[in-house]
Ligand binder design. Structure first.
Ligand code: GLP
Length: 260
């Protein structure tokens, strides 16, 4: 896995946006896998800026989001759709028919999940999957213990997850206890993956995912098996990596870097 460490969150988002841009410039009709999280707000902001400056065009791009809470409709402020619309979709020229999101209100979830997997394949597979990471090392809603071969399915959210999201919902409102999520196996089929993490709260998870054993207890560790994954980190998120200095050294000395 390539590890790119940046001094600040803003620099990390810029570097990740450039990675997205390089895929879109090489393949204007690329298929992007999108993620929702506070981490990604800066990345989407950067992509919107590039679009407004005429540096990016999404007219031929297709997107598939990673996950959605079961029971939440598109207009619920905590739905992943709402986040995507507010932070990205409404600002760029994606065709609405090219935007795929897991549905939180499907009638038959099993059928929906199978259709979603099939649709990804029919669109040619995901060229670039964007990921974040939870404080326990999960990706999408693949909670600790998820099969590393899992496909899109319903996942029961952990108590830890429910405690994390509780304050985002109105008092007395029923919390979603299931999510529909791409599986680890689905994610690993993407041709390229970028993982973003910022802040000290993610440092343990990042270290476990990048340098720990590959284990279903840290679903992000499965990315070690992927042949083209780049982790974009800020210094705090990278602070517990044993090979911190080496990663910086590699960045400095990489072929193509100034002077090499
Ligand atoms: N399903 C999402 C993940 O895709 C995301 O990576 C994680 C971290 O989000 P944040 O960036 O807000 O810390 O939260 C949720 O669990």
């Amino acid at each position: 896995m390539e590890v790119v460490i940046k001094d600040t969150y803003e620099e990390m988002c810029r570097a990740a946006a450039e990675a997205v841009a390089s895929v879109l410039n090489a393949k204007p009709n690329a298929v992007l896998g999108l993620a929702v999280g506070n981490t990604h707000i800066g990345l989407y902001r950067e992509l919107v800026r590039m679009f407004k400056e005429g540096l990016l065009d999404f007219s031929q791009v297709t997107t598939f989001n990673l996950d959605e809470y079961v029971g939440l409709g598109k207009d619920h402020p905590q739905s992943q759709y709402y986040f995507m619309h507010e932070n990205f979709f409404k600002y760029v020229n994606l065709s609405p028919q090219n935007i795929y999101m897991p549905s939180g209100t499907a009638k038959n979830y099993r059928a929906f999940c199978a259709w979603y997997e099939q649709r990804i394949k029919e669109c040619g597979g995901i060229d670039l999957q964007i990921l974040g990471i939870g404080t326990d090392g999960h990706i999408a809603f693949n909670e600790p213990g998820s099969s590393l071969g899992s496909r899109t399915r319903i996942k029961t959210l952990s108590e830890r997850r429910l405690a994390e999201i509780k304050d985002l919902f109105d008092e007395g409102e029923e919390l979603p206890i299931y999510a529909i999520t791409m599986g680890v196996g689905t994610i690993l089929e993407a041709r390229r993956i970028i993982l973003l993490a910022h802040g000290a709260a993610k440092a343990d998870a990042v270290a476990a995912a990048i340098e720990g054993p590959v284990t279903s207890m840290v679903t992000a560790s499965a990315l070690q098996l992927h042949r083209d994954t780049i982790a974009f980190l800020d210094r705090e998120a990278a602070s517990k990596l044993k090979l911190f200095d080496y990663y910086l050294w590699v960045q400095k000395k990489r072929p193509g870097a100034p002077g090499y």
